[in-house]
Write a new protein. Sequence first.
Length: 645
Amino acid sequence: MSVTKRILFVCGLASNALLIGGHAVTADQSVAPRLEESVAGRAIESVFRKYDPLRIKIPIDSKDVELLMGGNIKVDSYNVRNAVRLTKGIDDQVNQWRQRVEVGVQSNFGKEAHGGRAVVESRVAIGGTLFWRSGLTKNYGLLEAANKQDYINPPVDAFINEAWVCLNLDTLNETLIPTPHSLKAGYFPFLVGRGLSLGDRAYGGITYMGFSRQGIQTTMPKYAPGVLLHGEFPEKFLSYDLYYSPFVSEDVNAFVLADGKSTHITDKDKQNAHGRHVVAGSFTYLLEPTKNATVQIEPYFVYYNSQRQTVSGPADAPMYFTTYGMMVDGAIGPVKCNLEVASQYGRQDVLPWQYKLGETREFHPKYKIKLAGSMLVFDLAYHVKDYPVVPSLSMGYFSGGDYPYNDTVNQFHAGQGGFSTLVQSQQATDSQKDKVFKGFIPLRDWGYRGMWCNPLIMFSAGVVPRPVDIDISLLESFNDQDCATNLMFLGFGATWYPLQIRKQLAVSSGMFFHWEANAPHKWDVGALQPGLLSDSGSVVLQAPSFGVVGWSTNQRASSFLGTELNMIVDYQIAPDCTLSVRGGIFFPGQLYADLTGAPNLNSMVQKDTFTYASTGIPTVATVVTNSGLGTSPAYGLYTRMSYVF
């Protein structure tokens, strides 16, 4: 087939927008049109997020400058119960009305003089979030830093969602005309694969390994900054991307100034001199094996280098790793499928530090954590002939690992049988502390929604806790709900189109079974806590005051997280105006029952108690309790009215 015929074939696919699993699969999202869009002069954007083009053309005198404008308005209401602690009778709920507004302007310069191919393109999209009602309880408020009140005049959280400039190099050099190239810089959407190994938002990653969630994603979902070199070879239906981004991180210098007790043995200024960096590259190859089949293959790599990775102190755990992956996206007649696999290789250097409290000194020697994560996701959808039904299947595996900062020699107490110098402790324990963490580490994956069969509870909501083992120093368990790691799932779904025009109404439902790839250890409320040893002194000193009862056992908990049922309804009220309703319920599995009583980050509660002496003067004491997660179902309902202009 000639190149011209192939392009016409690709355009034909692009014109037939399909609605699968409650999500519109437009020209931006289908398999073949990705390459065709770039051949037409538009950069390849996110495949797995809807990217609304700007369609309002602003009339101006110059024929060589094109101005476009557009935006959207979204009004949301959502109610969620029991999702953070999974315990009835606890004030664990959210009841919000939220409105988002986005307005964008794009300019294209030089199209008249270069046959429709702009020399310079630029775009600015400004967003704003308003909360009519922000009825978040304490548990949700800690996660998202929201206010608990109603507003007559709601405050506006304004932010720049996009701001970029793109130079089309082939318009400046005739030798590049057969192979269009562009250089883009600013805030713009870019991802590799589905957006799990590297997404396009500014957030995502395992929080307890030093990836900050920042608490405001639902308020300001910004794209990440970066520089992108994009090139195409139309004759071979091949394109490539080279990408760099200064990864978003916390203000470490401020953290250092506020750190009064912990002291790193290494030079802190040297460690804080460098930030976090992401370098990524991918190839996209489109082929047509048979007349009614298209396949897109995308191998990629992502390199992450962070001198500022922070675990327990500022820049105390530099991290370096590379992800190698490949995505295959295909369509064969009525069947659509997507497969992505990836593996990671690297390390994290946990630097030494000393902690001084009065006359007590504790030493933490340096050790290394080898990173070796992997993931596999697969989705399948089938358009039933002569029936308005599309059944779908989804499965995924994201490797998990034991909490990486617990070890047999965690702390050293001088004068209590421990080591008196850092050198002694390092020499004696370095070989024992090096270990392997097999959990998959996603980058910037916040907001990943899945494909045709969508696990709403675990991906879209992202609040149901997936606990890991207890941190023996902090006496609480962290959770993996912030990102796609330590998770296995199997889902079945179907979408029904009751109207003749399919895009007007779609009703989808799904059932998912979730497991942890690496389950934590069972908790026994009757077990004795460790004795006063050099590696567990913190347990003895802190556990009673933290309300911790029992201890972890040597037996693994069940890996079964639970079952999810969900439903999605998308109704197109008018052109560009859609009403969406999403509801789901999660039934916790045996894993949560096996962890009854285990302290968790989500369940720690601090309360002040007052004791009055005979003089009437109150004595204030802070009581900490941590009863752990429950086993009650979590459920929620979400509605949205959206208009794109």
